[in-house]
Design a protein around this ligand. Structure first.
Ligand code: TRP
Length: 511
């Protein structure tokens, strides 16, 4: 009998990076959901998103309920992403379609793709076209306002749990960059070193801070525009004087968040530390433009009308369901969301992609040779013998190298051609692997080049609280006043420092 309850009974979770996952691949280059976005999971629990309390994780757990089977539920939470197992004990793919039903979000459909094309004047990003960006909440509301000239801002983030990021981590960021470029909007990127510290039994605060700074370099190398992007690490920003407005919003959100809500949304229990209970208010508070007066201005009433759009991997949804539930109680707008799927593990569905399992994923600092070796060993959908392959054809639905091509190969026609060749048995799995190796090497090499150019000075500029430059910036007048005020404060601080120094020197001479 399978445990259908997905609430952790003990503190067994680790600080696994929330943006990575276990998947079985089966994508197809089409405008609909990839088939890996469509498989498994049958038991549907009615979930109402809002109003009222967010659905409990227990209700959201993707359990298979048949008796005496080897079946194991899938788990999709910010702290654990692992695929399920079917009744015969075989791993199964994450069913993103069912996730949509259970989480109560909306599908990205053809109408939305057409809308993107109309608004941006360009074909939608390949991740949109191919269904890797598959679900949303209130995206249409944000786009309605945008069409009427009301700007929005983008918010995304990363929990810095390790030094190096893998190619899967770049997926939501690459999509975010596309949105920033296409809509010319400001972006805030949150590095939750506090979250990773609180949730990890092993990591020290210093380590998490260091990871945050390291990861910032990788994130910048995705290609964000410094004029429109503010990156911050929680442990630094929250406690700085520029973080005061953010701190206020955190407190407001914390006051509206009960322990019951957190237990229901995240499955925490009384053994979780109080920092873990408090953290969701921090991740939520970034959704409000008034947390960043240096970007959006000091007119709080006007600033609170700026909508927020959050591109994120689907595992982050519980945080924002919680946020959306509480925001109206603070008189604030609910953030809109747009969800991405996870990049499949190189091992196929059998195991979870993990930063600590170096053979499960391709890291952004892997060499060409490492990429070749890893993809060479990747799970293949090819048949056992050459003859059989020619007769039956390859299975693109489970072929990891093909899955990677659907994520990283830009050319739709070429992708479709490869799919046909493989499925008809004309292309062998060796050739499929060679093609994927070439594409991934090119993707990582391009990243490597951009990464080389990112200096600590550039990072410092991204992380400096400052006015960003975008389509509908706050009035110049308001910016001038804010800068003048800040200047007065800095001058006053300098005077005090000079006085202190003079006193110290005078004392030193006297003794
Ligand atoms: N909690 C996320 C993680 O562990 C980091 C994060 C914070 C985030 N805010 C976000 C991710 C907004 C996506 C969107 O990775």
């Amino acid at each position: 009998m399978v445990d259908t309850i997905n609430v952790r009974s003990e503190k067994t979770h680790t600080a696994s990076s929330a943006s990575q996952g276990t998947i079985t691949p089966h994508t197809r280059p089409s405008n609909c959901l990839p088939s890996f976005v469509r498989s498994i999971m049958s038991s549907v629990v009615e979930i109402s998103d809002e109003p009222g309390q967010p659905p409990a994780l227990s209700a959201l757990s993707l359990a298979q309920t048949s008796k005496d089977s080897k079946a194991k539920e899938q788990v999709i939470t910010p702290f654990d992403v692992s695929g399920g197992v079917d009744e015969q004990g075989k791993p199964v793919a994450i069913d993103y379609d069912k996730l949509i039903d259970r989480f109560g979000s909306q599908r990205i459909d053809k109408a939305i793709l057409a809308r993107f094309e109309r608004l941006t004047g360009k074909p939608p990003h390949r991740l949109l076209r191919r269904g890797m960006v598959f679900s949303h909440r209130d995206l249409n509301l944000v786009l309605d306002k945008y069409e009427k000239g009301v700007p929005f801002f983008l918010y995304t983030g990363r929990g810095p749990s390790s030094n190096s990021m893998h190619v899967g981590h770049t997926i939501p960021f690459e999509f975010t960059k596309y949105l920033q470029d296409a809509f010319d909007v400001p972006l805030v990127i949150m590095l939750t070193d506090d979250e990773k510290f609180l949730h990890s039994p092993k990591l020290s605060l210093q380590e998490c801070r260091r990871f945050a700074l390291e990861n910032a370099l990788d994130i910048i190398a995705v290609g964000f525009d410094v004029k429109k992007t503010f990156i911050f690490a929680d442990t630094e920003f929250i406690y700085s004087d520029h973080g005061a407005a953010f701190g206020f919003n955190i407190l407001e959100m914390a006051k509206k968040t009960t322990n019951n809500q957190i237990k229901g949304t995240f499955g925490f229990n009384d053994t979780n530390n109080i920092g873990e209970f408090a953290f969701p208010a921090i991740q939520s508070a970034t959704s409000f433009a008034s947390s960043f007066p240096f970007i959006f201005g000091h007119n709080t009433k006007a600033v609170n009308k700026i909508p927020c759009l959050i591109p994120c991997a689907i595992d982050q949804d519980p945080y924002f369901r919680q946020c959306r539930d509480n925001a109206p109680r603070l008189g604030l707008m609910k953030p809109a969301l747009i969800h991405t799927v996870f990049l499949p593990s190189l091992r196929g569905s059998e195991s979870k992609m993990s930063a600590s399992d170096t053979d499960s994923s391709i890291f952004l600092n892997d060499t060409d040779n490492q990429i070749k070796k890893k993809v060479g060993k990747a799970f293949s959908g090819g048949q056992d013998t050459r003859e059989e392959h020619e007769r039956l054809g390859g299975r693109t639905a489970v072929d990891v190298p093909f899955q990677y091509l659907t994520f990283f190969l830009e050319d739709d026609e070429r992708l479709e051609h490869i799919r046909q060749q493989y499925e008809s048995g004309k292309m062998q799995s060796g050739e499929m692997k060679a093609t994927a190796i070439k594409e991934l090497q090119a993707y990582v090499a391009a990243f490597r080049e951009r990464r080389k150019a990112v200096t600590p000075e550039i990072r410092e500029e991204f992380m400096r609280p400052r006015q960003l430059i975008f389509k509908s910036m706050p009035l110049v007048e308001e910016q001038v006043t804010a800068i003048q005020e800040r200047r007065r404060m800095v001058l006053r601080e300098l005077t005090l420092l000079d006085e202190g120094l003079a006193r110290l020197l005078a004392n030193g001479e006297a003794s």
